[in-house]
Write a protein that binds this ligand. Structure first.
Ligand code: HAM
Length: 410
């Protein structure tokens, strides 16, 4: 037997229903906020992720599904969605258009991480990217949109927010942080020592407890923001307060991707174990320019679909559609035209084997059908059909020729 690869999963019946419910709910909300569907390739040039997610990030440094294709191109299975969408935005010259543009997407992402509960090598994201809006109102609106999605799915969450500054305030902060970290270098783990050189901000979210205890006195970016970043961050938290959306300012929230500036946020759940981030995002005002587009402010997020799969409160499944069966094989064939007629508007299951009444009723129940439609030898002779509403328990026999579903079945 051939099994799926480690860290990859099949989505079978129950899970695929949950998956579709999540995507449909999130799509409905995203459309209400003015987002349009976008789809980009799963395979991209490796350079795209190096330039956007960042060479020093774990994603690019350790986790890419990267290989040379048959034409000798250095390609990679996308580890996230934002970079590809920004590339598509620039490729289609949408950066030259004056209007604001908003896109939603969903699909598989690939990261060669060590698999564990909630951490897969192939996982799915639902995400949104908003281009052209510089106002922090958009950051706030995006957070309200994620809240609407989680509310509609019946999922509780905690919201963590931070500001990652901008090219005005970040360089000075970075210098101060490096000075602080260099002083405690010997006590920090080897990963952090490497990061002091490559990406010092990432030291802040090191999972090592010793490192974390040494960082309590580190300089905080939030206390060293330039006037604009400070005012935007204060505006964002004031808007969240006003909207009664509770949040925690987490000064160590730096996100694992290098393209962010200003607002960064994460939604976490305490109900799913150590991989608790269920959505993440923020502002990336310089990424369009990094990928050769016209400078365009942007902000977005992605939800990890597998992470919320168990948390979703699924609506009760109602009886749906029609089960059709017959007591003789000849009668089975008489069902086909009826089935085709009704399939124009409803779900229809036809049992191909002729069976007894009880067996058919069991079948209708198993199929969770709302209606059972049966034809036996007598019905065939008389040209009638018998049907039952399995919810109201009403039943009736009518002439086949008169059996218009519209008349008898709502
Ligand atoms: P991210 O935080 O790397 O952000 O991923 C978003 C979400 O994907 C996470 O919060 C988590 O729920 C899920 N996720 C990440 N890795 C895995 C994994 N190995 N297994 C299962 N689920 C996972 C991004 O990817 C950004 N592109 C988000 C964004 C959009 N920022 C701006 N726009």
């Amino acid at each position: 037997m051939i099994n799926p690869l480690r860290g990859m999963k099949d989505l079978t019946f129950e899970e695929s229903q949950r998956f579709n419910f999540i995507v449909n709910t999130a799509t409905t909300v995203a459309k209400r906020y003015g987002y349009n569907y976008i789809e980009t390739p799963i395979l991209e040039e490796t350079a795209l992720f190096k330039r956007s997610v960042g060479e020093s990030s774990d994603i690019v440094g350790k986790e890419m599904y990267q290989f040379e294709d048959k034409g000798g191109n250095d390609v990679c299975m996308r580890p996230e969605g934002t970079a590809g969408i920004v590339r598509a935005f620039v490729s289609a010259k949408l950066d030259r258009q004056p209007m604001k543009q908003k896109f939603y997407y969903y699909g598989p992402m690939f990261r060669y991480e060590r698999p564990q509960k909630g951490r897969l090598r192939e996982f799915h994201q639902f995400g949104c990217e908003s281009f052209g809006e510089v106002s922090v109102y958009e950051d706030f609106t995006i957070i309200t949109m994620i809240k609407q999605i989680f509310d509609a799915l019946g999922i509780g969450f905690e919201l963590l927010v931070n500001s990652l500054g901008c090219p005005t305030c970040m360089p000075t902060y970075r210098e101060n942080l490096v000075a602080y970290l260099t002083n405690i270098k010997e006590e920090l783990c080897s990963d952090c020592n490497r990061r002091i050189e490559t990406n010092p901000i990432r030291v802040l979210d090191c999972k090592n407890e010793t490192c974390q205890s040494l960082l309590t006195a580190s300089p905080k970016l939030i206390e060293n923001l330039c006037e604009e970043c400070d005012s935007d961050f204060k505006k964002l938290t004031a808007l969240l307060d006003k909207a009664d959306i509770s949040y925690t300012v987490d000064t160590n929230l730096v996100r694992g991707l290098d393209y962010y500036s200003k607002t960064a946020f994460e939604f976490v759940s305490s109900e799913i174990g150590s991989q608790s981030a269920i959505a993440g995002g923020g502002r990336y005002d310089r990424l369009v320019e990094f990928l050769d587009g016209k400078p365009t402010p942007a902000v977005g997020f992605a939800i990890g679909i597998e992470r919320i799969m168990e948390l979703v409160k699924m609506p009760e499944t109602k009886r749906e559609g029609i089960y059709m069966g017959a007591m003789t094989q000849e009668a089975v064939e008489a069902l086909f035209p009826l089935a085709e007629q009704k399939r124009k508007e409803s779900k229809v299951t036809v049992e191909y084997n002729s069976k007894g009444f009880k067996s058919h009723m069991k079948g209708a129940d198993k199929a969770n059908a709302r209606y059972a439609v049966l034809i036996g030898e007598d019905e065939l002779k008389e040209g009638t059909v018998w049907f039952k509403d399995l919810e109201s328990k009403e039943e009736k026999s009518v002439l086949l020729g008169e059996f218009t579903f519209k008349m008898h079945l709502p």
